[in-house]
Design a protein around this ligand. Sequence first.
Ligand code: SAH
Length: 353
Amino acid sequence: MEENRIQKKDIASYSYEELISEMEKIGEKPFRGKQIFSWIHEKLADDFLKMTNLSGAFRKKLDCLYEVPKVQMVARQISKKDPTEKFLFELVDGSMIESVLMKYDYGNSVCISSQVGCRMGCRFCASAIGGLERNLMPSEMLGQVYQIQKLTGERISNVVIMGTGEPLDNYDNFLKFVRLLSDEHGLHISQRNITVSTCGIVPNMKRLAEERLQITLALSLHGSNQEKRKMLMPVAGRYELSEVMRACDYYFEKTGRRPTFEYSLVKGVNDGEEDARELIRLLRDRNCHLNLIPVNPVKERGFERPERKNALAFKNKLEKNGINVTIRREKGSDIDGACGQLRRRYADAKKER
Ligand code: SAH
């Protein structure tokens, strides 16, 4: 698999320290690194021409060696029912990715993709259709946030890595992205306002616990026992539920951050009495939050969501048993922007243009 096809070096994926030493390597003063970092990550410039406090000759030199990989908007859909917008972006190699902006009372949240496609194969998810094409670079994850902030003029305060892709299957780039996004010399988004969702790649959950970050870990649970989970999520064949739960406990131990569990409610599959009972047994002694997501329709998948009253009854049962639970506020389903509805859309987008 090709990581990316960028010929020039990707200058927007360097950390602050790396960029300073990179400038020294090409015979420039270290402060040039600081200036460029600020242009890219604070002022959100994606072109050397815009870096007006650098000389023309230096900008030309930069342009020969480096590139800020473009994340270019090709379509924007605005939801009619929610304060939600979906963006389709084209990357330098022609790959297409989607991202979603959700406006809440407490601030603006962006949901970004971490890969082009996904190889986890969850049965109910549109992102898995067609498999994995490639990993995203840190700059391409950042680019989604930066572009949305520029295009809308809205300040982004929260970022969730819950779009297409499995972030912990692209671990190094994902980690670098989080560090850059929260860097005090850049956009400086608080780590407490960053949430990463994983289908449960145990070794990388443990590594993440040891990184000394303050981000929230969300685990896609979807089944209350090993068999049911495996039926919905092939990755459960590699990592048993008990191991996954231990990794969540470890994350809490190391970071003090309470994990979130995500549970897509699928009618007749995981929304019964016994499922609720097992879920209670699994979560009641854990300091955690449970987010129920009535499954969103994906036309190739055919799963149905429970009736509203049944979803509420499921929630109430858990609540009565001391589980901290909410039903996720659905946003953007009319533009296929809700959980599990993002996809590559490569062919469609090409046709539309
Ligand atoms: N790969 C990561 C993040 C992507 S999905 C993960 O698996 O966690 C973000 C959340 O949406 C996950 O909990 C995912 O399981 C859930 N999801 C996927 N398809 C869905 C659908 N059709 N309806 C509701 N939630 C869905």
